[in-house]
Write a protein that binds this ligand. Structure first.
Ligand SMILES: *Cc1c(COP(=O)(O)O)cnc(C)c1O
Length: 452
């Protein structure tokens, strides 16, 4: 076992290049004292960091965690020698330009050749801005999202003092459009959140139907694709999923997290607005009267002030190496994750020990161990989860309504309203080739869990 080590030598070469950009300055070298102690503390730090689940390893197939690309890691580190702050051009000239370029590429991925947008610390901050804009444009009107939408939408609505309407999800975890329409008929909904890739089960809300409702009821549409946005590039989606992704550009705002599927270290979300004129809402003491992606100054269109230029630099470099285009190497990585999920689901469906409620839409798969009742299946899930972890296979657990099994498991005795399922996010490119080993451990721990 060895973690990849692209960075050190390449980083030194790049640091020498960076040094040369400042060669015209009078000679100055910052003194670094106590190198021996620093090495000691750094090794102590490494020892502390060893107390973690092995997120980088293919046998970590639990939560939504993916190692950053080695280039992203190196570019991020390189940028810290400048430590730019993208709140203003004075704080980070080059990294602000790189942020605009990288964000424009993300907007272009959704079909937008004009937009307003920027990076943020993550999807939550990005969603906060999108819902804040919705609230500014439609004061006091409610935000509607499905019960499977990210839990932070309800909390964000509370922070913004906007009413929140929770809409039922269907048996596949997608927003139920009949339920949404019933809620819209009552009035007072200013913004609907459509999730393209729910965090729990990777469900994609039916955007074509939601857009039809928008024609009738005229709400603002926010797409939360913090996790799922990049799947727009995947060539192997099911038709209904594809149809939703094809229409993502119809949204008023979109959130995508480069720190989820975009190979970035944490601290990199992104919010995009279709209409650059929303920039006027952010106006504080600024002389700007006209907003477009060229004239804006990033600090003028962000709720956060200081922001790491290093995040923008890492994203820019990654997209330079792996452009976000259909058919490219980056897109192939997403396709491999989805193939892995489909293959895994097919094996589980063929295996009498398990029940799969629905095929994965993206690369998240949920399943339950077969047992007479929801409570017994839930207990088994917990035991398999624990035993698998002892064998170094790290899965996740999720509580879901028993109704998701209505079609796939008609004789399930629903002795409780929810069921604990096993869940796996197969988002690493290596997962596909590790499926046999993953399945072998799952199988043996399932048998062990049943016999205890
Ligand atoms: C992860 C996620 C969020 C929250 O994003 P953070 O980057 O964790 O703040 C919001 N919505 C969805 C759909 C997500 O998957």
């Amino acid at each position: 076992m060895a973690m990849e080590r692209f960075a050190p030598s390449a980083l030194n070469t790049a640091l020498e290049d960076l040094d040369r950009s400042f060669a015209h300055l009078p000679e100055f070298t910052a003194e670094v004292q106590g190198q021996d102690r620093m090495l000691g503390v750094l090794r102590e730090t490494a020892a502390r960091l060893g107390d973690n689940f092995p997120y980088f390893h293919p046998l970590y197939a639990g939560q939504m965690l993916k190692p950053p690309h080695p280039l992203a890691r190196a570019a991020y580190a390189l940028a810290t020698w400048i430590n730019p702050n993208n709140h203003a051009l004075d704080g980070g000239r080059a990294s602000s330009a790189m942020e605009k370029e990288a964000v424009a590429e993300l907007a272009a991925m959704f079909g937008w050749n004009q937009h307003l947008g920027h990076l943020s610390s993550g999807g939550t901050m990005a969603n906060l801005e999108a819902l804040w804009v919705a609230g500014q444009l439609q004061p006091g009107q409610a935000i509607a999202a499905s019960s499977q939408a990210h839990y932070t939408h309800e909390r964000i609505s509370g922070v913004l003092h906007l009413p929140f309407a929770k809409v039922d999800a269907d048996d596949h975890g997608r927003l139920n459009c009949q339920a949404l329409e019933r809620r819209l008929e009552q009035g007072g909904i200013g913004c609907v959140v459509a999730t393209l890739g729910t965090t729990g089960v990777g469900a994609v809300d039916p955007l074509p139907e939601i857009l039809k409702l928008r024609e009738r009821y005229g709400f603002r549409l926010h797409v939360d694709s913090a996790y799922g946005g990049y799947f727009r590039l995947a060539g192997n989606l099911a038709p209904a999923t594809r149809a939703a992704y094809d229409l993502i550009g119809e949204a008023d705002s979109i959130v995508i997290d480069p720190h989820k599927h975009g190979l970035q270290p944490y601290g990199c979300g992104c919010v995009l607005f279709r209409d650059p004129a929303v920039g006027r809402l952010y106006k504080h003491e600024s002389p700007y009267t006209y907003f477009s992606s060229h004239e804006l100054h990033l600090g003028e269109i962000s709720l956060e002030c200081s922001r790491p230029g290093a995040s923008a630099v890492a994203l820019w470099a990654t997209q330079r190496l792996l452009p976000t285009v259909p058919g490219g190497e980056f897109a192939q990585g997403l396709e491999a994750s989805r193939r892995a999920a489909l293959t895994f689901a097919a094996r589980l469906k063929d295996d009498p020990r398990f029940v799969v409620p629905f095929d994965p839409e993206l690369d998240i798969i949920v399943w339950a161990p077969r047992a007479p009742s929801a409570s017994e299946s839930s207990g088994l899930s917990q035991r398999i989860f624990d035993l698998a972890a002892e064998q170094q296979l790290h899965l996740a657990l999720i509580h879901l309504p028993v109704s998701i099994f209505r079609a796939a498991w008609p004789d399930l005795q629903a002795d409780q309203p929810t069921i604990v399922c096993l869940r796996s996010v197969l988002m690493k490119p290596e997962h596909e080739s590790w499926l046999d080993r993953i399945y072998a451990i799952l199988g043996s721990t399932t048998d062990a869990a049943r016999s205890t």
